[in-house]
Design a protein around this ligand. Structure first.
Ligand code: COA
Length: 526
């Protein structure tokens, strides 16, 4: 297979400036991640430890195989909102007994582990990943249930969490609940809906209503253990399959449950390292997204042996398509070369996606697009029709898609290049990347033109001073809302990653996704 070469000059000033800007974004990311890892803050963490309990990340570490990687998902959920960064729950994919599993761990140090709207979205996304990739789901439960002041936002949609849990079970995807503490009301249905349950002695408290509510409702006076302790559920109600002596014992028992799911193990594959170092990835994209860069420079640093068999290189050259492999998994790649997509690029993409479907090859989308070309020449040439063709191919493709936003993702280009709404199995973002309906200046400019025309139609004098203020404010707002951290906070991706980790992250995901189904009909030549 042809091997990519590189024209990068790591000593040049452009590279150095780009690298500096990327490192600044990475510092911001690290600060957000620190907030998430800090849970509810020192006071609540110390209190939790003083009770002899482990933090969610400590529980995960003891659950997964020693020295195995843990791919944390949506770690900065709720960033930039009124809710704590991380959304009181840790989710990710870890290897347990050699089997990749989705792990969901409540963080009891954050408002008692109570579930807010972002916790709900994050947990649901983890469940979706378990379903689509057929991965066992392990819930590490300790939660005060619904965040009560926010109940209006979560009570009704929250039912989906229980629906999805039992649907996993119906699809023969194993589910395990390990209960470390409180699981009241809705929380009680997590073990209730799981295939296997493990309760920690003298710690697990699983009931529809705690003692105070029972007293109010029925007048009965009862203690926690009698109402919902591990021993009671193991001997009387039958809700607990196993009683653990302590937290470590519970995690050992959970590993024992997973050991029975032998047929869930992935096939291991290996591939040669790229010929160029991953460190260079920091300096390839400019902080100014208008400065184009060649995605082949990226591919040379993430594909096995830097080998890339480009498809139709001379046609629709603003989109690079071709075949390669990552950690031994064969992939098709679609990567924007110069931001804009024209008709030829859209048609080439559709043909390439069909080819991948005919061979059951997963697709990797490297997004760096400002959208489809506008203007009368292109409208007359059928740009809507051709964009729709590409979007149709992406939407109906049956092979797994993985998307990385490495720069711009604007307008319908976000859709054609498999944005979040097109349900790629995983979507990660580089810290420099931005996404919005259009760029801030363009959006403010469009609003200004519309307002000016409205004023003219009414025969009014347009207020230029007010226009300048409006443009400034809109540009500032859209700029903020386009940033990677803002979008990740709203769960529009599965996490912001260090560009240097791209090959590792893609390799881990490819080990999980399988090949999907092959196409039902032949490839259309466009
Ligand atoms: N919604 C909103 N806030 C909650 C909450 C909930 N469901 N559960 C706990 N919190 C808050 C507490 O008010 C407290 O806030 P503060 O520190 O600012 O005062 C903080 O989380 C920690 O709670 P605390 O009770 O001190 O922690 P704990 O570890 O001793 O006990 C629980 C944790 C979950 C056992 C206990 O808080 C509790 O019983 N909560 C209510 C559970 C419930 O009935 N839920 C109904 C769900 S439908």
């Amino acid at each position: 297979m042809p091997v990519l070469t590189s024209n990068l000059d790591p000593r040049g000033s452009a590279y150095q400036e780009n690298r500096q800007a990327m490192l600044e974004r990475l510092t911001e990311l690290e600060s957000a991640l620190r907030q998430a890892r800090g849970g509810g803050g020192e006071k609540y963490v110390a209190r939790h430890h003083a009770r002899g309990k482990l933090l969610p990340r400590e529980r995960i570490e003891l659950l997964v195989d020693r020295d195995s990687p843990f791919l944390e998902l949506c770690p900065v959920a709720a960033w930039g909102t009124d809710y704590p960064v991380g959304a009181s729950v840790v989710t990710g994919i870890g290897v347990v007994e050699g089997i990749p599993c989705v792990i969901v761990a409540n963080d009891p140090t954050v408002r008692g582990g109570a579930v807010n709207p972002f916790s709900l979205k994050k947990t649901q996304r983890a469940g979706q990943i378990a379903r689509e990739n057929r991965l066992p789901l392990i819930n590490l439960v300790e939660s005060g249930g619904a965040d009560l002041p926010q109940q209006a936002e979560i009570f009704i949609p929250g039912g989906a969490a229980f629906r999805d849990l039992t649907r996993l079970s119906a699809a023969a995807i194993p589910t395990v609940a390990v209960v470390f503490g409180n699981a009241t009301a809705g929380g009680a249905y997590v073990p209730g809906m799981s295939d296997y349950t493990i309760f920690v002695r003298d710690r697990a408290k699983v009931f529809l209503a705690g003692p105070p509510l029972v007293k109010m409702a029925t007048g009965e006076t009862v203690d926690d253990e009698t109402l919902g302790g591990a021993a009671m559920h193991a001997t009387r109600s039958g809700l607990a399959d196993f009683v653990a002596e302590d937290e470590r014992d519970a995690l050992r028992l959970a590993r024992g449950c997973i050991r029975n799911f032998r047929n869930f193990g992935p096939g291991r594959t290996y591939g040669p390292e790229p010929k160029f170092g991953a460190d260079d990835l920091l300096g390839i994209p400019s902080a100014d997204l208008r400065v184009p860069f060649d995605p082949r420079e990226i591919l040379a640093r993430i594909l096995d042996g830097s080998e890339f068999d480009e498809f139709k290189p001379a046609y629709g050259a603003a989109l690079c398509t071709g075949w390669g492999a990552i950690h031994g998994h064969r992939v098709g790649v679609l990567a924007n070369v110069r931001g804009v997509l024209f008709s030829a690029e859209a048609q080439k993409a559709a043909q390439f996606i069909q080819l991948a479907n005919s061979s059951g090859t997963p697709l990797v989308f490297l997004q760096n697009t400002t959208g489809y070309m506008v203007g009368s020449e292109y409208e007359q040439g059928g740009i809507i029709k051709h964009g729709a063709l590409m979007i149709n191919a992406v939407a109906n493709s049956r092979v797994p898609h993985l998307t990385i936003n490495i720069g711009a993702s604007y307008g319908a280009g976000n859709y054609g290049m498999c944005g979040r709404a097109f349900e790629p199995r995983f979507l990660f973002t580089w810290p420099n990347a931005k996404s919005a309906v259009m760029g801030p200046q363009q959006l403010a400019g469009v609003l200004s033109i519309v307002a000016r025309q409205a004023a003219e139609a009414k025969g009014q004098v347009y207020d230029e001073e007010q226009d300048r203020t409006m443009r400034f404010m809109v540009e500032h707002k859209v700029e903020q809302e386009s940033a990677a951290l803002f979008l990740s906070g709203r769960l529009y991706d599965d996490g912001v990653i260090d560009p240097r980790d791209t090959r590792t992250v893609l390799g881990m995901c490819l080990a999980l996704v399988g090949t999907g189904e092959t196409a039902q009909f032949g490839v259309f030549r466009h």
